[in-house]
Design a binder for this molecule. Structure first.
Ligand SMILES: N[C@@H](CCC(=O)N[C@@H](CSC=O)C(=O)NCC(=O)O)C(=O)O
Length: 283
């Protein structure tokens, strides 16, 4: 087993375990994940998995500690995996200077610009290396879905739309829906990608949805009192317009009255999101 266990806590009758391992995708840096296993998970009854991608400044702990996902995951018999949001300790100059680039802000892409391209490969990490690391756990990684928050919502939507064979459904809380058209996305793509925003189009959920074949299963929730929404960082209206234009019946974009960008919002709708994915994971 290449996972090193750091802690384990019983929660909602299941178990949350923190593991570390050395990641090849992230240039041989150590990374940490939290894994929730429902009490029904056994080697003879492995459970489907729902990956949660967190937002800017987060580690693997924010959503585990504040998301409120465990009760629904236990009831549905679904494992949850919470990875970190970037490599840590790459030693790149400027890596820790801002909250929205570098450490804690990997943007779930594969960097192509030096010096970021050696370590900042969160796309490869989540889609390929992470599932392989779960092989000794009672998890059926062939039954997988993905969700996330803000930058992690962008990650969930784009990884799903680019890998319909890997994930059955995607959902997101306050996602960055159209990163080629907002300041956070422009900064990330210009910083990590040789081709800048043009190269970043391959990581833009609204643009990917335009090219998607029908059958997409997506739930998006954003709050009307979210300052980042008001500043035009999230642009759910652009994503919704494409879904409507394409006639995608299984794409829901909901604006929730009075909710902000915080984990209070996420925890309010956490159970609904887990149940949304359970429909597809248990088919
Ligand atoms: N200036 C703030 C911005 C950081 C922030 O709000 N991060 C959000 C995600 S934003 C989009 O990806 C977050 O989830 N924060 C952690 C939390 O536990 O709430 C700052 O630097 O804090």
């Amino acid at each position: 087993m290449s996972l090193t266990q750091k802690s384990a806590n019983k929660v909602c009758n299941g178990t949350l375990t923190k593991y570390t391992f050395t990641s090849s995708s992230l240039g041989s840096l150590e990374t940490s994940i939290n894994v929730f296993l429902p009490s029904s998970a056994t080697s003879t009854s492995p459970k489907p998995v729902l990956y949660f991608l967190s937002g800017l400044t987060c580690t693997e702990d924010n959503a585990a500690q504040k998301g409120g996902f465990f009760s629904a995951a236990e009831a549905e018999g679904i494992a949850l995996v919470f990875p970190d949001t970037s490599p840590r300790g790459a030693g790149i100059e400027g890596e820790d200077e801002s909250y929205d680039f570098g450490t804690g802000a990997g943007f779930y892409l594969n960097a192509t610009k030096s010096p970021w391209d050696k370590h900042y490969k969160m796309y490869e990490f989540i889609t390929s290396e992470l599932p392989s690391k779960l092989s000794d756990l009672p998890i059926d990684t062939k039954k997988a879905s993905i969700f996330g928050h803000s930058m992690g919502g962008h990650g969930a939507l784009t990884l799903y739309l680019k890998n319909r064979d890997l994930y059955r459904s995607a959902s997101a809380f306050s996602p960055i829906c159209n990163p080629t058209a907002c300041p956070w996305g422009e900064k990330a793509f210009n910083g990590y990608l040789k081709g800048g925003v043009e190269e970043g189009k391959q990581y833009d959920a609204t643009l990917l949805l335009k090219e998607a074949k029908d059958g997409v299963k997506i739930l998006v929730d954003s709050g009307t009192a979210d300052d980042f929404y008001k500043q035009g960082q999230l642009l759910p209206e652009n994503f919704e317009k494409v879904a409507k234009d394409k006639g995608f019946k299984d794409v829901q974009v909901r604006l929730q009255d009075g909710y902000d960008h915080s984990y209070y919002f996420i925890s309010t709708f956490a159970g609904e999101h887990v149940k949304f994915h359970a429909k597809f994971l248990k088919q």
